[in-house]
Design a protein around this ligand. Structure first.
Ligand code: NAD
Length: 487
């Protein structure tokens, strides 16, 4: 049975972990009223001051994992799953408190999804070829120590999902978490190490650093013990790992378009789009970011969205909000300004965003929608907040042309609501995304209300797709010539 936490217990643990990260006295007020020393005021396991020290610890973890049988690894993963389910509410609250982004209920659901649907050792399968010349065996082997860079948007989810897959494949792993989500990410590192101790595994199985920076990432890139880099984040960091000279898996940015044509179940489409777009306040890279709606159903679609908690912005309100949620960043070399998202607005509640333009609203408002032109910044930029622009289109040709352009060639994720198989097929072929969801909220694409495994590292640029244990392996061949065949 899952642990039932009280609000005071969760608050106590969150405060304790945040104080530790800020290097303050860890004797929290909560500890005085609630004796749970295993959570409060304890140093997180596997978190080091120095990246090279963390890499050495991860190497020791790798050697220990290599010495384990597959059954032992699976036993360890079973405990990680259990602890993730048990501590999902803590990590969800920690993530929201530390980053200011997302929603506790949705983050809890994301952790449970990771616990339930991240593949383990069953994902690692060998292949055999027999013939006149005997038998050849191909086995997916570990790389060694993996260096993983994780985002602020799904911090602990990514650490746990990566750890399960990488350990299932027999690797060690060292993390360089996002600087804005250190406590949440390192809490997850600690959880993996507690799971390892519980099953008699190495005391430190996975490692991380107290203060991750671009410099610690660079040390990771250059350390010869790191054989594979896995990066989940925006375009800058994906580019940096791909330039490292090492084998790298890059899971980068998206800007998922949604097309709704006039054969769709429009009421369902409106609900599904709002459900997907508002999941964790639009932080998931797969979440709906802009809608292309056939003109003849657009009003009905907007009505269905409003019936599901959408607030319709006027053009003036949309433009005012755009000037707040997007800010200029000047390139010091060229002097040219570029719009970037205002970090203070990413992953915030719709009511908070509405408050920024002087409109008071409560939690009944889940999403801010508006009609815009294709060129509007809301369509072009990956906002990661519950704001959804709607562009009217005449027909499927225009819908596909504009949706493909809005996706910017990321080849990440796209969605469509339609019952016309030809239209669905045409868009899927044209947009070439790693994930294509038909007639469902975006999260069906990562196994939440849809078939298939989950991951929070969707590697479009480097082609692994929805990563799992086998993505973190290298194939090795063993040949027995002219023998071992039994027929
Ligand atoms: P981010 O790009 O700001 O940061 C990711 C990590 O990279 C952080 O640890 C950051 O400190 C580090 N970093 C940034 N630039 C770097 C550089 N040049 N060298 C080394 N490290 C660097 O990401 P974020 O804002 O936390 O996440 C949001 C972005 O990530 C969005 O673009 C989203 O689409 C994408 N994302 C993609 C996936 C996926 O599976 N494809 C999953 C989650 C997030």
């Amino acid at each position: 049975m899952a642990i039932q936490w009280s609000e005071a217990q969760i608050a106590g643990i969150v405060e304790s972990v945040l104080r530790q990260i800020k290097n303050e006295d860890s004797q929290t007020a909560a500890r005085k009223t609630w004796d749970a020393s295993s959570y409060c005021g304890r140093k997180l396991i596997g978190v080091y001051e120095d990246m090279n020290e963390a890499i050495r610890a991860a190497e020791a973890g790798y050697r220990a994992v290599r010495a384990m049988s597959v059954a032992e690894r699976e036993k360890l993963i079973t405990v990680i799953r259990r602890m993730t389910r048990d501590e999902a509410p803590i990590m969800a609250q920690l993530g929201v408190t530390e980053t200011g982004m997302g929603r506790v209920d949705h983050k809890t659901a994301k952790h449970i999804l990771v616990a339930d649907k991240t593949p383990g050792t069953e994902d690692i399968t060998s292949a055999v070829k027999t013939g006149d010349h005997g038998l050849t065996l191909t086995e997916p082997a570990p790389f060694g120590v993996v260096g993983s860079i994780t985002p602020s948007t799904n911090p602990s989810e990514t650490v746990i999902c990566n750890s399960i897959g990488m350990i299932a494949a027999g690797n060690g792993v060292v993390f360089n978490p996002h600087p804005n989500a250190i406590a949440t990410s390192n809490y997850a590192v600690d959880l993996i190490n507690r799971a390892s101790r519980e099953v008699g595994g190495p005391p430190v199985l996975v490692a991380s650093v107290v203060k991750p920076t671009l410099e610690t990432a660079d040390i990771m890139y250059k350390n010869p013990s790191i054989r594979l880099l896995v990066c989940t984040g925006g375009p800058g960091v994906v580019k940096s790992v791909l330039s490292s000279g090492k084998k790298a898996i890059g899971a980068g940015a998206g800007n998922p378009p949604v097309i709704v044509d006039d054969t769709a179940d429009v009421r369902k489409a409106g609900k599904d789009i709002i459900d997907g777009c508002t999941f964790d306040n639009n932080l998931p890279c797969i979440a709906e970011k802009e809608v292309f709606a056939f003109d003849n159903i657009a009003d009905e679609l907007i009505g269905a969205m409003k019936a599901n908690g959408a607030y319709m912005l006027t053009r003036e309100q949309a433009d005012k909000l755009a000037s707040i949620v997007l800010v200029d960043k000047v390139n010091p070399k060229t002097g040219i300004a570029k719009k970037i998202v205002n970090r203070d607005c990413v992953g915030r509640d719709a009511s908070v965003l509405l408050g920024k333009i002087g409109v008071k609203a409560g939690n009944e408002v889940r999403c801010l929608i508006c009609e815009t032109s294709f060129d509007h910044l809301f369509v072009q930029e990956e906002l990661m907040m519950p704001i959804l622009p709607i562009v009217r289109v005449k027909n499927i040709d225009e819908a596909i042309e504009l949706a493909v352009k809005a996706e910017h060639g990321n080849r990440h994720t796209a969605h469509m609501h339609s019952k016309n198989i030809d239209n669905l097929t045409r868009f899927a072929r044209a947009v070439e995304t790693t994930i294509f969801v038909k007639n469902a909220p975006s999260y069906a694409g990562i196994g939440f209300g849809g078939e298939g495994h989950t991951t929070f590292t969707i590697a479009g640029p480097t082609g692994e797709g929805l990563t799992s244990a086998r993505s973190f392996t290298r194939y090795r061949r063993c040949v027995m010539a002219d023998n071992f065949r039994i027929i």
